[in-house]
Design a protein around this ligand. Structure first.
Ligand code: ADP
Length: 590
């Protein structure tokens, strides 16, 4: 509180009031007392003068002055005042203090002159004779309206001066005591007024700094108390509101943070006021660091700056698309900017929603390509069948042998169609999300051995050695046995298909740390590295004509991949052109 400027101002004001009041009262009091004392002395002198006039009248009207002198001398000891009797000309006839004969004329004395003119007169003067200040009172003694002489009474003011000095000292001391008490009371009063105000000021400052836990205790029931209680209520209301705002803000931030879309909000000066993690990633900005920056400083994505600016200026929604060049294909982001308005409907900012549509676009392209591929794959055998059937119908006289050859070709094309449709059905089965695998505990060896068994004859026909290498202990896992058979079938088909006569295919089963592995190794033609990454795509073939000629559909490996992934596993290839390939499928054990 000692640091409170208001306290010192109030205290200085009160001090001034106390000091000035005491000073004014002191001065007025001293003056009044002085005045009263002088009037009292004057009244005293006048009374004496009246008595002396009667005493001196006879002598002044022509009597014996000596007798008067004698009388005055007699009473001089009993009367504190000095008494003087003057003739009409101002000559001293008698005096209680000095010898009248030794005294000069008193006609020019102020009080005597006044008495001559107005009947009585008063003067205060320093008397060299008595070496002191005196008050003189002169009264004209008249007969028939004409002065016959004057009587004068006087008294030294030494006593009154001493009395007044003592009085002034007392007034001064009293004044000082009053000032001291007044200042003490002023201090207490100023403190009582200032303390709650200082407390409220501190609370208001804390409040402005965001600290709502300050409490103001004001006990008084006056306006300051009312103010304190109102302040307390206001703080509580503010705390509630701030709590609500913080909770709402946290909720909004949590929602923003968990949104799949990127969100950026700017104010009317295009300064970033909000952006979520996804937006920071798309815009390649430094996250929260760019808050407060202009949007064009925060990101180099011109399109985002443009739609935000357009939404701000036009007050209408804006749409655009952002293409971000990325390693594998462009990234596509849809932008939807809307103006933000305040309660009065004024545009105060804008918000843009960044929706990454790369994946839907990619799926759309894939779907289109797939339909085109399927149509093409179906069309080739169907066109061939159609041509063969036409020829058969047109040529009724066709030789039986040729007819047989034609029919054999039709059957081969129909087989191709059947294989294609079968693979397509498998693919759609394992691809569809709804598809539930029939997972049961299986020993991996069984479906693998079955598949190897089924392919023995074909391998022999091609002159390829087919071997199963499985550990003695069973490798158990939770899997769909039928799907596993399909995996091994497809891999074996390829291995036998692409391994020339005299080659060797080994199917290995292994139990590794937390998964089971099926590896199909061949000593075949191998695959060039540039094709390896795309082998598992639908309809991808290294050599289309060769694959078709060998009865391949281009779907075998994508079916393998989907089955492996449906089991939570994966598939990989290692291959060297001319030396052979190894396809490895890993399936989790648990
Ligand atoms: P396809 O029905 O044509 O065999 P896949 O999806 O099974 O289709 O295989 C895709 C392509 O991968 C094949 O066309 C072939 O070029 C290549 N491929 C698959 N397995 C092997 C292998 N063991 N050795 C060499 N190339 C292979």
């Amino acid at each position: 509180m000692i640091r409170s400027r208001f306290f010192w101002k109030l205290y200085a004001g009160l001090t001034a009031v106390v000091v000035v009041s005491v000073a004014v009262i002191g001065v007025l009091l001293a003056r009044q007392i002085t005045q009263d004392s002088i009037t009292e002395i004057e009244e005293n002198l006048r009374g004496r003068a009246v008595v002396l006039a009667e005493l001196a009248r006879t002598a002044l009207e022509g009597g014996d002055a000596r007798d008067l002198r004698g009388r005055l001398r007699d009473i001089s000891a009993a009367v504190p005042e000095r008494l003087t009797v003057l003739g009409a000309d101002g000559a001293v006839l008698a005096d209680t203090e000095r010898d009248p004969l030794a005294m000069d004329s008193h006609a020019d004395r102020t009080e005597v002159q006044a008495a001559r003119e107005r009947g009585s007169g008063r003067a205060v003067r320093y008397s060299q004779t008595l070496d002191t200040r005196l008050m003189y009172f002169a009264l004209a003694v008249k007969r028939g309206g004409e002065p016959v002489g004057y009587v004068r009474t006087s008294m030294p003011l030494t006593r009154i001066d001493a009395r007044l000095a003592a009085l002034r000292r007392r007034v001064l001391l009293g004044g000082l005591a009053a000032v001291a008490v007044g200042l003490g009371l002023a201090f207490v009063f100023a403190r009582r007024v200032t303390r709650p105000l200082a407390a409220m000021t501190r609370a208001a400052e804390a409040l402005a700094g965001g600290d709502t836990d300050w409490r103001v205790e004001v006990a008084s029931d006056d306006e300051i108390g009312t103010l304190g209680r109102a302040f307390q209520a206001m703080t509580a209301a503010l705390r509630d509101r701030m709590d609500t705002i913080t909770a709402d803000r946290n909720k909004a931030l949590a929602i923003l943070g968990s949104m799949v879309e990127g969100v950026v909000a700017v104010d009317h000066e295009e300064r970033v006021v909000q952006l979520n993690a996804h937006a920071a990633e798309i815009l390649a900005t430094g996250g929260e660091d760019c808050l407060g920056q202009r949007i064009w400083e925060a990101t180099r994505r011109q399109e985002v700056c443009r739609v935000l600016g357009a939404a701000l200026r036009s007050g209408r929604d804006q749409r655009a698309e952002l293409r971000i060049p990325a390693g594998r294909g462009d990234r596509h982001v849809e932008l939807r900017a809307s103006p933000l308005r305040d309660a009065a409907g004024r545009t105060v900012g804008a918000v843009v929603l960044l929706h990454d549509v790369t994946e839907p676009r990619r799926l759309e392209t894939m779907r289109r390509d797939f339909v085109a591929n399927v149509s093409h794959e179906l069309k080739t055998p169907l066109t061939a069948i159609h041509g063969l059937v036409e020829t058969l119908l047109d040529d009724e006289a066709m030789a039986g042998e040729t007819r047989q050859r034609f029919l054999a070709k039709i059957r081969s094309q129909a087989d191709r169609l059947l294989a294609l449709v079968t693979d397509l059905l498998s693919l759609s089965r394992f691809e569809s999300r709804e598809h539930r695998l029939d997972r049961r505990p299986v020993s991996l060896r069984e479906p693998v051995a079955e598949s190897v068994e089924r392919h023995q004859a074909e391998a022999e026909r091609k002159g390829v050695a087919l071997v199963l290498d499985a550990p003695p202990e069973p490798v158990e896992l939770l899997a769909d046995a039928e799907a596993l058979r399909q995996v091994v079938d497809n891999l074996l088909q390829n291995a036998i298909r692409y391994t020339p006569h005299g080659g060797r295919v080994v199917v290995r089963i292994r139990r590794e740390a937390d998964h089971a592995a099926i590896a199909v190794e061949d000593t075949g033609i191998g695959i060039e590295p540039r094709h390896q990454a795309r082998l598992f795509e639908r309809f991808y073939r290294v050599d289309t004509a060769r694959s078709r000629a060998l009865g391949g559909t281009g779907l075998g490996l994508s079916i393998v991949k989907h089955i492996a992934e449906a089991h939570g596993g994966d598939v990989a290839v290692e291959s060297e052109p001319g030396r052979g390939s190894t396809f490895r499928v890993r399936l989790p054990l648990a």
